[in-house]
Design a protein. Structure first.
Lengths: 92, 147
């Protein structure tokens, strides 16, 4: 429900980044039903979109992600968020 | 086109895969995850007799290569690296491509060749190739000095 809430601007918390693992990385793939919506929300709200690099390599989608999404590992994630560190981390 | 020769490496760089029927299992495109999986295995192997310096990049990643020579030819390659999938893939691709090269040929390998061998790696992750090459050339340099 996070994505619809963000789209409706009523999630209740400022989301600074979303990190995707395993098959969830497909949500960042160009052409995926969710990816365009994620891209729009991320652009509007300056949300970092990052997929686990090894997960993306394994699925051969590392070079097929939507514009604005990137791949990386934890050091990349922490560095990317270092200017606006989250107060809470939610894992789904 | 023998596996591990300069021509073999050039073929990988040009085509992204080896020629069908080659001893390295050519004919199928070499994916990044294939290199990662083989690289994870190789980086657990012990260092070989001739080691290069440990090289670091601005992200505090490290890489170190070691070589075993047979005359002037690089017969085996091993490496150590940080736990970074992209770096491991580049190190493994380099290990596979440079095995069988002469020291002279191995010393001419440069980052653009390695980057071209793994085109699926996004541009912003390709700096790992620079680290891999720097570490590899250090080992080649030490090997050349030992002759």
């Amino acid at each position: 429900m996070i994505l619809p809430q963000l789209e409706e601007d009523r999630h209740g918390a400022e989301v600074v980044g979303m990190f995707f693992f395993e098959d969830n990385t497909f949500a960042l793939l160009k052409g995926h039903p969710l990816s365009a919506r994620l891209q729009a929300v991320a652009q509007n709200k300056s949300i970092l979109l990052m997929g686990c690099d090894q997960c993306c390599y394994e699925r051969e989608i590392a070079d097929k992600l939507i514009d604005g999404a990137c791949i990386g590992c934890f050091p990349d994630l922490y560095k990317a968020l270092s200017g606006n560190m989250p107060d809470q981390v939610i894992t789904l | 086109l023998r596996c591990g020769t300069r021509d073999h490496m050039d073929a990988i760089v040009t085509n992204g895969c080896c020629a069908p029927g080659e001893p390295c299992g050519g004919g199928s495109r070499l994916s990044v995850i294939d290199y990662i999986e083989r690289g994870l295995s190789r980086r657990r192997q012990p260092l070989l007799p001739i080691s290069g310096e440990v090289r670091r990049d601005h992200e505090r990643r490290i890489a170190q290569f070691s070589l075993q020579l047979e005359g002037l030819v690089v017969r085996s390659i091993s490496f150590r690296s940080s736990a970074c999938s992209t770096l491991i893939a580049f190190c493994e691709a380099l290990s596979e491509c440079a095995t069988g090269l002469t020291l002279e040929a191995a010393g001419r390998v440069r980052p653009p060749q390695l980057v071209a061998a793994l085109p699926a790696i996004p541009p912003y992750k390709r700096s790992c190739a620079v680290l891999a090459i720097a570490a590899f050339l250090s080992a080649v340099q030490n090997a050349s000095g030992d002759l």
